[in-house]
Design a protein around this ligand. Sequence first.
Ligand code: GDP
Length: 486
Amino acid sequence: GGSKTMPHFTMEQVRSLMDQTEKIRSLSIIAHVDHGKTTLADSLISRAGIISAKVAGEARFTHGRKDEQERGVTIKSTGVTLCFEHDEDGHSQPYLVNLIDSPGHVDFSSEVTAALRITDGAIVVVDCIEGCAVQTETVLRQALQERVKPCLFVNKVDRCILEMQMDAEDMYLRFRTAIENVNVIIATYNDASMGDLQVRPEAGNVAFGSGLHGWGFGVEHFAKMLSAKTGGNKSRMMEKLWGDWFYHPKKKLWTNVQHPEDCQEPLQRGFCQYIMNPINQLIRAIVDKDSERYEKMMERLGIVLKGEEKTLTGKQLMKHVMQNWINAGDSLVSMIVNLPSPKVAQRYRVENLYDGPMDDDAAMGIRNCNPQGPLMMYVSKMVPADKSRFFAFGRVFSGTVATGQKVRIQGPHYKPGTKEDLHVKAIQRTVIMMGRGSELIQDVPCGNTVALAGVDQYILKSGTITTLEDAHNFTDMKYSVSPVVK
Ligand code: GDP
């Protein structure tokens, strides 16, 4: 959706981004079944840049945004590498995002852990009507156990507006409950190594919206506009757009008293006045086909469309307007950039990931996410490449994996110093998964996901691939529902 032009990236740019570890994010979307994970993943994918195999503008696109079905297939089997541009203080910054699929059903717990292992962040999707549900809790606990940092998307807000006809304050209270329930689960993991894990709208790791209609926002989006208008500070404005902050129009100041003595009416909460009321009124004007109110709202909110909406009415117009104003994909990208990069995450993840001593070469390579270090790659999954062969899909945690490189493939029964479950082979091809298919790539440095051809007869499910003679394996993926309290 949206009429903004998509940025184009070439494979050379993608490869160059792979070297800039601070520009990489690996994440999965986790949710209770039916809370909207798949729909939201599509919003994100449809907002990604177009990657062409060679030069921008050449005919061969690896990413077919029109073909919903094929898109679903690729992400279902592994994940996709996506490129985004994100505006930071007026400068557009490129990011490489690895979106890893994790099954929604609780029967696939081991697969969920396999997916989480190669990510550093997770977008937790919660249906705001149903609230935080059983599988939300199960999968969130798995994520925290793997030291994966969460952010939250409060979904299906369209239902509050259209079906339940809630007012802004009711929605605020509902959202707050969803956030609090997620934070109660997070609070049971007091793992200091990852810093503050609580999700907070004012901290930029909570967004609200409708995956189905393609719109969403974080309070940051509105804080940016308001602070630009008033010349104020954006972070301070973010704080005022959540929680018990009210604007006093007569005194022209912010207060945390809802019923001041000098005011007849209770004051409007900042979140309601500046965000939820406008959204509510705009959507209602469109579905009520009240063109006068619609025009007035559009002008007041400064929404300018390119004219292509003229033929649209009702729900179609609503989606078009909302996607252009507050795009769901953009709101996800704003949260994603706040998740840790591999360089940041591997510092605290190494002790969970690696079985060997924390001061050996493998551990140091992983901890520092060092592309010049020894190769340490974790294979999390075997994915079909064609009729008879499989790719070994996973993440490079240390060093750089390359086509033709001679490596040791260590299976789950490998013990250092022995030859059991060990194969020494050359890698035939290194490949990255993008949208519709896979792209050959000469080499892939640490912090990135990759698929390898030519090693499938030696790996059943998972494994460790290394250039070191004395490396231990990556740890077994243990899974338990009880929290690990340190
Ligand atoms: P998943 O099981 O978490 O992957 O959920 P899906 O993305 O498949 O969505 C489940 C159902 O909820 C589908 O019928 C979607 O159309 C619907 N759905 C998803 N997102 C929204 C939303 O934001 N609003 C509404 N009203 N329905 C949604």
